[in-house]
Design a protein around this ligand. Structure first.
Ligand SMILES: [Ca+2]
Ligand SMILES: [Ca+2]
Length: 182
């Protein structure tokens, strides 16, 4: 009687742990890092461009800010299950969260970046969608002021052979203001 109860408890615990940490993270043999983003510089994000006439008018627009990202895919040799094969990785999506004194909406977007084992990948991703500049607090900066933020990026990826999921993160400072038009 006592033995059976203990076994039941052990099985339940295993199931809970499995759900909490993702199926088979012990078998993930890939380890991805962002080695460079935006050439190592903060992003200067202009909240409004006054267009050809250089004054506020109908031709004003906003840029969707993109940044260059370099990712390095290396391999892990420290894992328990050494039967798992090294695998290429597909980066499927990313989330962006802004940390600042003002509340700036985060977002998620899809990717389809294929990173071969022990290779680098150079990509370009949207860091500030135009829609964010069409609402406050960023829209209010057209009249002046600056918001300093840190963009936290989380990439969601999957090993193409094993289907194991992995995530990795990076961050970049973003300075929002009505900067001089390009
Ligand atoms: Ca204009
Ligand atoms: Ca401007």
């Amino acid at each position: 009687m006592n033995v059976r109860r203990i076994l039941t408890f052990a099985v339940s615990t295993l199931v809970l742990v499995g759900v909490g940490t993702g199926c088979s993270s012990d078998n993930v043999r890939s380890s991805l890092y962002v080695t460079e983003i935006n050439n190592g510089e903060a992003l200067t994000s202009d909240v409004i461009d006054y267009g050809n006439d250089r004054v506020a008018s109908d031709d004003d627009f906003v840029y969707e800010d993109e940044v260059q990202v370099t990712i390095w895919a290396t391999t892990r040799d420290d894992i328990v299950n050494t039967d798992a094969a090294y695998s290429n990785v597909m980066i499927e999506s990313y989330d962006v969260r802004f940390e600042s004194s003002e509340e700036i909406d985060g977002f998620s977007a899809g990717l389809g970046w294929f990173v071969p084992v022990r290779n680098t990948y150079d990509g370009v991703l949207t860091l500030v969608p135009a829609s964010l500049k069409a609402k406050n607090p960023l829209m209010a900066l057209q009249a002046g002021g600056e918001i300093q933020a840190t963009a936290h990026i989380t990439f969601h990826a999957r090993e193409t052979d094993s289907e194991n999921e992995l995530t990795f993160t990076t961050q970049i400072p973003v300075n929002f203001a009505n900067w001089t038009d390009q």
